[in-house]
Design a protein around this ligand. Structure first.
Ligand code: BMP
Length: 210
């Protein structure tokens, strides 16, 4: 059975990435890849990975509507499961992401896990969530290492799913994150830097108190 884990495979070597993905696919909800992987391996990697499992493309799209559309069109042939977009450029930009995603899931970043975000975007989480909800995205990204904020976000998120990074390497605990509202936990370095990624995923699953 697939777990609540989204494996953030921020891996630069194509073969290493595909090996890790193949070894854990039956255990994780999806993979997530980010700019470092796309820039290192080329965008074809999205198609290769999609043949193994669900791929969430963490592009953190944050531009004017026309550019957002052009970015998403670059990946249309590769069948990703979904896209991660920023909300802060505004309603029109996010609407264009949802339109261009053409039925694929869109996850909107409403608060971030790094310390610096506390002084900037995390202050505006309510407005960002309202916008994400009005536009009708599938899910939001919210920090799995800030339980108080996660709880507050959980209370106002409506039907949107919460996917939460910040687990493990950034100090967050999977059970606390899930208890406070995370539907899925995003785990990167803890998995892909492990000597045995499959065993690490199995261990995380065992520690999740369902
Ligand atoms: P790690 O578990 O190695 O810290 O990886 C977390 C992943 O989630 C990275 O790809 C990072 O870019 C992403 N991420 C994050 O850490 N915090 C956020 O607020 C939003 C993210 O997308």
């Amino acid at each position: 059975m697939k777990s609540r884990i989204i494996a953030s495979l921020d891996v630069l070597d194509r073969q290493n990435l595909l090996n890790i993905a193949s070894s854990i696919n039956d255990l994780v909800f999806s993979f997530k890849i980010n700019w470092p992987t796309i820039l290192s391996c080329g965008k074809n990697i999205v198609g290769e990975l999609s043949k193994i499992g669900n791929v969430i493309l963490d592009l953190k799209i944050a531009d004017i509507p026309n550019t957002n559309r052009m970015i998403i069109e670059q990946f249309k042939d590769y069948d990703p499961f979904g896209y991660i977009s920023h909300v802060f450029p505004g309603r029109d930009s996010l609407m264009e992401v949802v339109k261009s995603a053409d039925g694929k899931k869109v996850f909107a970043v409403c608060a971030m896990s790094n310390d610096g975000a506390k002084a900037f975007m995390n202050r505006f989480y309510k407005t960002l969530i309202e916008t994400a909800r009005d536009v009708g995205v599938y899910g939001i990204v919210a920090p799995g290492n800030d339980y108080q904020l996660l709880k507050e976000i959980e209370a106002i998120k409506g039907n949107m799913k919460i996917i939460s990074p910040g687990i493990g390497a950034q100090g967050g605990n999977q059970n606390e994150a899930i208890k406070n509202g995370a539907d899925y936990i995003i785990v990167g370095r803890t998995i892909y830097q492990s000597e045995n990624p499959r065993k690490t995923v199995e261990d995380i699953i065992k520690t999740i108190e369902e």
